[in-house]
Ligand binder design. Structure first.
Ligand code: COA
Length: 151
């Protein structure tokens, strides 16, 4: 049976990342230019989940040199591949990458109406630390979560 691979993204994944982004998110999208910048950045990491060279999901992390708090900026799984553990695998990879860079905490924001993603975070040790009002383009609030990382 074909196996799911989770690996560092390369510039060769750019087109598939943009396609995934446009398929999954209606607003607040990361543009091609931004993906390219993140792929080349020393303070960002992108991981992709692939099955037989098909890109099924991606996660984007940001780091700051002067901070031990990493940020999970985006995670997405193609609609037809959801509910099979791809999101979980990407989240685990993101956490390991943050630990490797000596971060103590991983933080993220999620739409208040996105219960599926909130359940994923809550079942993996993330706790609600606050809210931002009208954080997204369409006016939806954000819930902020964080997880202490074991070193
Ligand atoms: C959130 C998302 C990344 C989860 O990816 P996924 O591959 O489906 O997640 P997994 O299969 O690894 O599921 C892990 C957990 O997520 C939750 N979950 C996933 N799909 C769910 C569903 N349809 N209904 C309820 N909970 C669900 C469950 O807690 C699940 O744990 P379980 O398998 O023990 O029930 C995916 O739904 C997605 O891309 N959504 C659109 C983009 C998005 O919302 N990104 C997050 C923005 S912050």
């Amino acid at each position: 049976m074909a196996e799911l691979h989770v690996r560092r993204a390369t510039i060769g994944d750019l087109a598939a990342l943009v396609e995934l982004e446009n398929a999954v998110f209606a607003g607040d999208r990361i543009s091609e230019r931004q993906w390219r910048r993140h792929l080349e950045s020393l303070t960002a990491e992108v991981f992709v989940a692939t099955l037989e060279h098909r890109l099924l999901g991606a996660v984007l992390l940001f780091f700051r040199r002067d901070s031990r708090v990493a940020r999970l900026y985006s995670i997405a799984v193609a609609e037809g591949a959801r509910g099979c553990g791809v999101g979980e695998r990407l989240l685990a990879k993101a956490e390991r990458a943050a630990v490797r860079r000596a971060n103590r905490v991983l933080r993220l924001e999620v739409r208040r109406d996105n219960r599926v993603a909130q359940r994923l975070y809550e079942s993996h040790g993330y706790r609600l630390i606050g809210e931002y009002r009208a954080y997204y383009q369409d006016g939806e609030d954000a819930r902020r979560y964080e997880k202490p990382l074991a070193s």
